[in-house]
Ligand binder design. Structure first.
Ligand SMILES: Cc1ncc(COP(=O)(O)O)c(C=O)c1O
Length: 391
């Protein structure tokens, strides 16, 4: 028998969202993720809100690799890695990731959310201090909540290097200082000031952690992410990232760092010890996706070209668009209900783009978040800009 208070609480939450126009619609997608997808009962729409930055989610070789993974290893080990063994495909994927992002080693998880939950409580010691950008992703914020209570935590204003330096000075007595930042900020679409962050971390002997979930596959000439964009490949202490966006779009995340840091994570991180490994099919398809990016930098170049077309096109239409090399273009609306209305209006015009409001972004800062993909052809870009002109 369900608890009556719980039943009325859930009822009130959903009714409240409906009445304020904040209830998010969920669309049932009836085709693979690609430039144009079929929405059950609604027809075909152009997707401008997927993390499918390189269009690899339905790449024939990625699909074939996933099928091969199932054939070679079945669904997986039906256990965690230290109990029933690590599959060869996990090791191969991890070597491929480490090479791709420029670290000694890497370790995979079922999501980057999971990777961030593994990283902070395991590697940050009880007498350490951690300094975090205020706009870091929710998985970093939640991952940090799992650290021992004695860790000193400070949050600096978004990309405010003066405040960060102050905090580095204030925490000089701590055993180890950590600075953590998104590489590309997921709601703003701006890039971390990586050269300055690396310089500060070197000067204050702090460890730098960069979550490059929206940078990997997107930034840099060869898609190696935010470090490559700034010519800092191989210079970041710890990188985390997702396999669920540009690199195949299925799921999975990684931590890339020194060999020893990875060994400590294997031995001590709770998600490593108490949760299953990535399914073999995903290990295969993600590895294939990285190999495709490596062999075809022209896909990354096409994405960069599409990003430029959208930024210029939207600016010409009078939308406020910041200069940024990333594939995330936020279009600020303000009111959440209005953002959802505009998103519905675009949907009626055959364009899928989602309105983001609280708690994903602060109240009053609702926006449409446009995400560009290499899967888009010129006619798609033109169709999308046409719809924005009508909006
Ligand atoms: C910066 C950042 N980190 C982590 C994640 C979580 O990635 P995953 O879907 O692999 O859990 C996201 C996803 O949106 C993200 O934007």
């Amino acid at each position: 028998m369900p608890n009556a208070n719980f039943t009325s609480r859930t009822e009130e939450t959903i009714q409240g969202l409906k009445e304020s126009g904040q209830l998010k619609p969920f669309y049932d997608v009836a085709s693979p993720m690609r430039a144009v997808v079929n929405i059950k009962g609604k027809g075909d729409v152009l997707v401008l809100c997927a993390n499918n930055y390189l269009g690899l989610a339905d790449h024939p070789e990625v699909i074939e690799a996933g099928i091969q993974g199932l054939r070679d290893y079945g669904a997986g080990t039906a256990s965690v890695r230290f109990i029933c063994g690590t599959l060869d495909c996990h090791r191969q994927l991890e070597d491929t990731i480490a090479k791709f992002v420029g670290t000694e080693a890497s370790l995979t998880y079922v999501s980057c959310w999971n990777a961030n939950e593994a990283l902070f409580p395991t590697l940050v010691g009880p007498e350490d201090a951690i300094l975090s950008d205020e706009l870091n992703h929710a998985s970093i914020i939640d991952g940090m909540k799992l650290m021992t209570k004695t860790v000193t935590k400070k949050v600096y204003k978004h990309s405010n290097l003066n405040q960060l330096e102050e905090q580095l000075r204030e925490t000089l007595q701590h055993k180890c200082r950590w600075v953590v930042t998104d590489g590309v900020f997921s709601m703003e679409g701006d890039v971390a000031h990586l050269p300055e962050l690396v310089e500060l971390c070197n000067r204050y002997e702090a460890m730098l952690v960069v979550d490059d979930s929206h940078g990997i596959g997107v930034l840099g000439k060869t898609g190696r992410g935010t470090p490559e964009h700034f010519d800092l490949f191989g210079k970041i202490d710890v990188l985390t990232g997702t396999l669920g966006k540009a690199l195949g779009g299925a799921a999975g995340g990684y931590i890339a760092a020194s060999q020893r840091a990875i060994e400590v994570l294997e031995q001590r991180a709770r998600p490593s010890l108490f949760s299953n490994a990535l399914p073999a099919t995903v290990a295969y398809s993600a590895k294939k996706a990285i190999e495709i990016v490596d062999a075809h930098p022209e896909i990354v170049a096409k994405l960069h070209g599409n990003v430029a077309k959208f930024r210029v096109g939207l600016k010409n239409l009078g939308f406020e668009c910041t200069d940024s090399p990333t594939a995330i273009i936020p279009i600020m609306i303000g009111d959440e209900a209005e953002a959802i209305r505009k998103s519905k209006r675009l949907f009626e015009m055959g364009i899928m783009i989602i309105g983001f409001g609280f708690p994903v972004v602060p109240r009053g800062e609702a926006r449409l978040r446009l995400q560009v993909s290499a899967a888009l052809e010129n006619e798609h870009v033109e169709r999308a800009l046409d719809a924005f002109a009508k909006l």
